[in-house]
Design a protein. Structure first.
Lengths: 445, 996
């Protein structure tokens, strides 16, 4: 037992917390929760709480023994939900086997393993996501597209808009939960919002993203609307991405920064970008894990469908943003392919692994894309050596199947489960007869 | 004789141990010493160094003192001896003397001051001073005392007075801390608002400090009077910080040692000082088992005595409750493993302190026993290692003789450590390497002749003693709980024995006690041998995956062999026999079960020679002899099976002891054994049928090995896949010949497959023409007729691995002559045949995995498993064996290598296939050895995984990596199979599993 755990027990006492939710995430990125009473918590810290892993997606047991959730006291937060009085708190958990070893099937463990590998090389991985989502009216008619809560555009100020109130209370609730919000504005689509989480190490960020999604959905319900992180909910409006700024630190030094180099990019940064580009197609099934994800990727404009990088090029998959030259510490690159519904633990793990691979193997960084990649023809792109990302989930699955990098990063167990689950999803999708087909074919054929 | 005077002095120098007499002579003259002084220098660790030191010292003495210094030799022989000893043993202390020459009087008159005197001397020296001035005063006063302790140490019996010296060093350290606290109080403003007590931990707490090492402490603070607690703690932190600085900072007078406060609550993250209540809070709620172990040594050493006493009163009871905490047993075991594994490889062979047989090992083991048994027995609550050893011995927890020897070994090792540290006053636990240093060290511990070599011997023999420590102090006393032993031995109560068994990793303590009782009770010779044997066996059991299993199997074995004289004698006398047996029994149910039926086969443990698998010829004659000894056919059959069982034990034990050079050697041994067994059974069956019918057999019979048998790749638990062929003698009646052959085969199969006392060998002939519907044995002509009907080229796949294994050699060759053109068809096989083979394999994959099985984990039929690899090889053989003769081989790994050599597969792909096939094979074998029965898939139970991983050569507890490793290797192999066998190109974008 350490001081942090001591602090948790004390806080629970002082703030009259009656329930503690132990949170963990399944392989697909869905938040799971086990509630315990304060009296059980001390035991949970030392021994964990047993549960049947086979009932959770992707946690199907590797060994026959029960699994344990072990709360991470550093993640303790009182939940600020309205109506939760007496109070409720939450902690994220690691999943363990009864002998205390980490479960290979725990997404949090997947990310921890990837981070440990980087830290063995002296590097720490920081991320800063910009999360987009839509707010829709609650009363949806089946078979019709959802109705956004407003019709505003980028950076519009909407007087008394639902979105405005919503953002105010969401931000205040997030901050009550210790999640700093850096910036927020109205995104390009009607009813679309973006909230940026502040820079933190990748594990904290991933925990924060899980919390963030829950908070956003809670607040939306309080406001009588609902929130969706679906990658592409409306055919004629932009999708919701999760552009993530990433950087590596070596101790206190930003390892991406090199004064005087082009764009101040160190060779570490170049290797990292090259790694992400090289492996982008095979990690797509993780960074863009749904059938619907590929409808965002291929919707043009700011969505990146092509493996390219550029300096302030919003069509590139990896963007090297401008920053003030004096601020060497803020050197970073923005990965624009990840969408808002990815499992953040797995997505950050594969992005990190791909980048690290680029550094270790000394991949060559291809030339920068200076034009809007969407404005090129396919032949031009091919001639310039710009490869496309997978066109569909099906295609992405195939590419992942052959990926040693993804298998090693996820571990054999998660790798296999993930593929099986995604194949089933694709098959389920293909089995549908869509409105598109009926409209196009029914009468004509 | 008229020897010149010069030469005789030179000889005297040499005899006195001077290494460089030429250099010594002028120095002797300079000191003005008479010739008979030379002999007195022979007691110095290095006479050369002593002499040089004395000369240097004399040089810096004021003229007034030079006279008394010169007279010392004559006036005060003891004082002279002390001065010689110090200068001869320590270059560092000699330097100090030269710096403060007046202290030579102290050395000459050296004695060990009492604790009170030491505290007063150092504190007075510091007085009201602060800063460097104070630090210097502390250092001068400290070394003035230290050099006296060294003088006494070096001129007395080092072993005998070791505790006195170690206590004096600890008290001196305490005095230094007290004086350092005085400096801190002189320095820090508002010091009077805080009461501070310094608690010594570690060696200093145990009053067994060495000459130079970190001094471990914990600080306890309380506000004085009605001072504010927060402010007082802030002052306390400043006091503690200045105290540590006063000891550790290097000034012109050097430094004392580092004060290490890392054992405090929360370690380096925690506050430097805490109140008593805060300490209590921490230990009540959060402390880990090892922290309580450290607290065993806690002792107030400086500062506020009342506060120190209050701290002890609160903390001590908790130490003894620690053993009742959850996880105590697991923690202790983990700590034990850590200590055992903590061997820094680079300097392991010079380490006095760390590693097996080192000082740390003794100290840790003694503390562990104190924690385990001190809960119920407060006589064990000693702080020092030697005192605790004595209490453990007096309380009956370890044997008296063991305790005595261990005590001696501990003192001896510590003495070596002290002498090494004294030489340069460096914090080191490494044996020196230079010859001169070793020689001085040997002389410093009293060795005179051949000191540089003898000292290494001395050290090695002591650490060899200590290396058997666990057996002696953990395990041997366990016997005393149940057996009546000599008065020298430990007397453990049954409750204490149960605690101890649990702490050592036995799950069923009560059962373990029962077994030991049964094995050792009584006055028989056998019980007496068991009593000497068991302690070390118990240790080996405890180091394996399943100690309980090992002990139970050993009990059964001993019960069965009780009256056999050689059994216990072998274990007692034959080198590693007992260890091999213990480790095998605790790691393999398979061997345990076989031995249960054939206890006498345990003789294979006697020597490595006895475990070398027999050759095929030796096996054949063994089988022949087994048959010939029995007139009764059924009895002869049993004899064959027993002979096979004994050989299985031999092979299994050789494999488990890592004595077979590779997988190939194991497979060949098992294949030869199966072949010889079939040969024996065939001979017997023929004898039986001829006897029954009263006629000679009118046909010759051969047995063809198929599958892994034909490929010489059998594993533990494999059935023998075969086909039977016969060929009637010229002129024989075809009907009679067929009937006779069927009788022979029938007798053989039933005889080997039926259940019986010894393991059955399944004889599986399902690969024969028409499968189960076809006749069990056919004539060669019938095979020829049948094979003639084949037309498509794929049917011969199973024949690729056919090899005659027993019976008529000539018939066997004719059979292969028949099938060679089929299995290695000229021009390869057609596209259509390839398609058919692929289809067949695909169908098998869909149908053959047993219900509830997992396609990922099944060794044989799973993805990337054995059959994936084998089919890939076989397809290549059908296609290319006609043009590449080297491919005509019934195995898997050999043709795979040939494929790579001929570019039929890339080296990388071949390696992936080989790795998966070999790992699956080894896992399958290891699973049988561990579980005692055939196993088809990765274990779903962690204990099984641990056991299997251990057999594959991993450390205990490596089980959860096993699955990940196999799945990875198999996945890579499967990717190769998709490409090379199924011919799919992953890059062509085809959807391999469109229906999912």
């Amino acid at each position: 037992m350490d001081r942090q755990q001591e602090y948790v027990l004390r806080t629970i006492e002082e703030r009259d917390i009656r329930f503690i939710r132990l949170w963990f995430t399944d392989v697909l990125g869905t938040l799971k929760s086990v509630a315990v009473a304060p009296a059980e918590l001390e035991g949970a810290f030392t021994e964990g709480i047993g549960f049947d892993g086979s009932s959770i997606e992707g946690l199907a047991r590797v060994f026959e023994s029960d699994m344990l959730v072990l709360p991470d006291a550093d993640t303790f937060q009182v939940l600020p939900w309205r109506g939760e009085n007496p109070g409720t708190a939450r902690m994220f958990c690691d999943i363990r086997l009864p002998d205390g070893s980490a479960s290979q099937a725990d997404p949090r463990n997947v990310l921890q393993r990837a981070l440990t590998k980087a830290s063995d090389k002296g590097l720490t991985f920081y991320t800063h996501p910009e999360i987009e989502f839509y707010l829709f009216e609650q009363n949806m008619r089946p078979g019709e597209p959802p109705t956004p809560v407003d019709q505003a555009g980028f950076f519009d100020h909407v007087p008394h808009g639902t979105g405005h109130d919503f953002r105010r209370s969401a931000i205040s609730m997030l901050e009550q939960m210790g999640i700093s919000v850096e910036f927020s504005h109205h995104e390009a689509g009607p009813g679309q919002n973006e909230i940026d989480l502040r820079y933190a190490d990748a594990l904290s960020t991933a925990d924060n993203i899980m919390t963030f999604r829950t908070v956003i959905k809670e607040v939306a319900l309080e406001q009588g609307v609902f929130a969706s992180f679906m990658p592409k909910p409306l055919a004629d409006a932009p999708g919701s991405g999760m552009h993530t700024h990433v950087s590596l630190f070596e101790g206190d030094r930003n390892a991406f920064y090199e004064a005087g180099a082009p764009y101040q990019l160190s060779s570490t940064a170049k290797g990292f970008i090259a790694g992400i580009l090289h492996h982008a197609p095979e990690i797509s099934a993780v960074t863009n894990q749904w059938v619907n994800s590929y409808k965002r990727i291929w919707s043009g404009a700011e969505a990146p469908a092509h493996v390219s990088w550029g300096h302030n090029n919003r069509s590139a998959m990896v963007r090297v943003p401008m920053y003030k030259p004096a601020k060497g510490q803020s050197a970073r690159v923005e990965v624009r392919s990840i969408d808002a519904s990815a499992n953040p633990y797995l997505a950050y793990a594969v992005v990190l692994a791909a980048g690290m691979k680029g550094i270790e193997e000394g991949y060559e960084l291809p030339p920068e894309a200076e034009d809007d990649v969407w404005n090129l023809t396919d032949r031009e792109r091919r001639a310039m050596g710009i490869d496309p990302l997978p066109a569909s989930l099906d295609h992405a699955i195939h590419l992942m199947e052959g990926s040693e990098l993804v298998a090693e990063t996820l571990g054999e167990h998660v790798f296999d489960f993930f593929l099986r689950n995604k194949r089933a999803e694709w098959a389920g999708y293909r089995d549908q007869v869509t409105q598109f087909e009926l409209d196009q074919y029914l009468k004509r054929l | 004789m008229n020897v010149p005077r010069e030469q005789s002095r030179r000889a005297a120098l040499v005899r006195a141990g001077f290494a460089e007499p030429t250099r010594a002579e002028p120095m002797l003259d300079e000191l003005g010493l008479p010739a008979d002084a030379i002999a007195t220098m022979s007691r110095a660790a290095s006479p050369d160094q002593a002499l040089l030191g004395l000369v240097r010292l004399r040089e810096v003495l004021p003229d007034a003192e030079k006279g008394s210094f010169a007279a010392l030799f004559a006036d005060d022989p003891d004082g002279w001896a002390r001065l010689v000893a110090v200068t001869g043993a320590s270059a560092a202390l000699t330097d100090r003397l030269v710096r403060h020459p007046g202290q030579w009087h102290d050395v000459a008159a050296a004695r060990i001051a009492s604790r009170e005197e030491l505290y007063a001397a150092l504190t007075d020296a510091v007085g009201d001073r602060t800063g460097t001035e104070a630090y210097d005063a502390l250092r001068v006063a400290y070394f003035r005392q230290l050099i006296q302790i060294a003088a006494v140490d070096l001129t007395g019996d080092g072993i005998e007075q070791f505790p006195v010296i170690a206590e004096a060093l600890s008290d001196l350290a305490g005095a230094a801390l007290e004086a350092a606290l005085r400096i801190a109080r002189n320095t820090v403003p508002d010091e009077q608002t805080c009461r501070l007590s310094v608690i010594a931990m570690g060696k200093c707490g145990g009053r067994e400090l060495n000459y130079i090492s970190d001094v471990d402490v914990i600080f306890v603070a309380e506000p004085a009077g009605d001072a504010d607690e927060d402010e007082a703690l802030a002052v306390g932190t400043k006091l503690a910080t200045e105290l540590m600085r006063a000891c550790s900072v290097a000034t012109g007078e050097g430094s004392l040692w580092q004060v290490d406060p890392a054992l405090r609550p929360e370690g380096k993250q925690g506050p430097l000082v805490r109140t008593v209540a805060s300490h209590r809070n921490y230990y009540e709620r959060w402390a880990k088992t090892w922290e309580f172990q450290a607290l065993l040594k806690a002792r107030p050493i400086a500062g506020d005595e009342e506060l120190g006493a209050a701290y002890l009163e609160v903390i001590q009871p908790m130490v003894w409750r620690a053993a009742g905490r959850d996880h105590f047993v697991e923690d202790v075991q983990a700590m034990r493993r850590r200590v055992e594994q903590h061997l820094p490889a680079a300097e392991a062979d010079r380490e006095l302190k760390l590693g097996k047989g080192g000082l740390r090992d003794i100290e840790f083991s003694v503390q562990l026993l104190q924690l385990v048994h001190g809960r119920t027995d407060d006589r064990l609550r000693n702080r020092s290692t030697l005192a605790a050893m004595e209490s453990l011995s007096r309380g009956g927890y370890i044997g008296r003789v063991d305790a005595h020897e261990l005590d001696h070994a501990y003192r001896q090792l510590r003495l070596l450590e002290h002498r090494i540290q004294l030489s340069r006053m460096r914090r080191t636990h490494l044996m020196p390497t230079g010859e001169g240093d070793l020689r001085a060290l040997g002389r410093a511990v009293g060795l005179r002749v051949d000191a540089e070599r003898k000292v290494v011997e001395l050290w090695r023999s002591q650490s060899a003693q200590v290396r058997r420590l666990h057996e002696r102090i953990f395990y041997r006393p366990l016997l005393s709980a149940v057996a009546r032993l000599s008065a020298d031995d430990a007397r453990l109560s049954p409750e204490s024995a149960r605690d101890r068994f649990a702490a050592l990793g036995f799950r069923d303590s009560a059962g373990a006690i029962r077994h030991i009782e049964a094995l050792t009770s009584g006055v028989s010779r056998r019980a007496a041998i068991q009593r000497t044997l068991l302690p070390v066996m118990l240790q080996w059991f405890a180091e394996e995956v399943d100690p309980d299993l090992g002990l139970l199997a050993f009990r059964k074995l001993s019960d069965a062999l009780g009256s056999t004289p050689w059994f216990l004698k072998m274990l007692r006398d034959e080198g590693r026999a007992a260890e091999t047996l213990a480790r095998v029994l605790a790691g393999s149910r398979y061997v345990g079960q076989l031995l249960e039926r054939a206890p006498s086969a345990v003789s294979v443990f006697g020597s490595r020679e006895a475990r070398r698998p027999l050759s095929r010829d030796q096996l054949n004659s063994t089988m022949r002899a087994a048959i010939q000894r029995q007139d009764d056919d059924d009895a002869a059959l049993l004899a064959i099976r027993s002979a096979r069982r004994n050989e299985l034990i031999r092979i299994a034990v050789a494999e488990l002891s890592g004595e077979l050079e590779d997988l190939d050697a194991l497979e060949i041994a098992l294949t030869d054994l199966a072949a010889a067994t079939l040969q024996g059974a065939l001979d017997l069956a023929i004898r039986h049928v001829e006897k029954e019918s009263g006629t000679m057999l009118s046909t010759s019979i051969a047995i063809i090995g198929m599958g892994r048998f034909g490929g010489r790749e059998l594993g533990f638990g494999s059935d023998a896949d075969v086909m039977f062929v016969h060929d009637p003698l010229p002129g024989a009646d075809a009907g009679i010949a067929q009937a006779q052959a069927e009788q022979v085969v029938g007798y053989l199969r039933t005889g080997l497959s039926a259940s019986g006392p010894d393991p059955a060998l399944g004889v599986d002939a399902d690969l024969r023409p028409e499968g189960k519907a076809g006749p069990i044995v056919r004539t060669l002509a019938s095979y020829a007729g049948y094979y003639e009907r084949w037309s498509e080229g794929w049917e011969a796949q199973a024949l690729l691995r056919a090899t005659p294994v027993a019976g008529d050699d000539e018939l066997g060759s004719r059979f292969t002559g028949l099938i060679d053109p089929l299995r290695w068809p000229e021009g390869g096989i057609s596209e259509k045949a390839v398609r058919q083979i692929r289809t067949l394999k695909a169908r098998m994959e869909a149908e053959r995995i047993p219900r509830g099985g997992d396609v990922r984990t099944h060794f044989k039929l799973g993805r990337g498993g054995l059959s994936d690899v084998e089919w890939t090889v076989q397809l290549a053989q059908l296609e290319h064996a006609h043009e590449i003769p080297a491919l005509r081989h019934p195995g898997t790994i050999t043709p795979l290598r040939v494929m790579a050599e001929h570019d039929l597969i890339s080296l990388r792909d071949a390696a992936a296939l080989r790795e998966s096939w070999s790992l699956a094979t080894r896992l399958r074998n290891a699973s049988v050895l561990w579980r005692g029965r055939p196993v088809d898939a990765l274990p779903s139970n962690l204990t099984d995984a641990d056991g299997i991983a251990r057999i594959l050569g991993g450390p205990v507890g490596a089980g959860h990596e096993l699955g990940e490793r196999y799945l990875r290797v198999a996945r890579r192999a499967r990717a190769v199979v998709e490409r090379e066998f199924y011919g799919t190109d992953p890059d062509d974008g085809d959807d391999f599993e469109p229906t999912r």
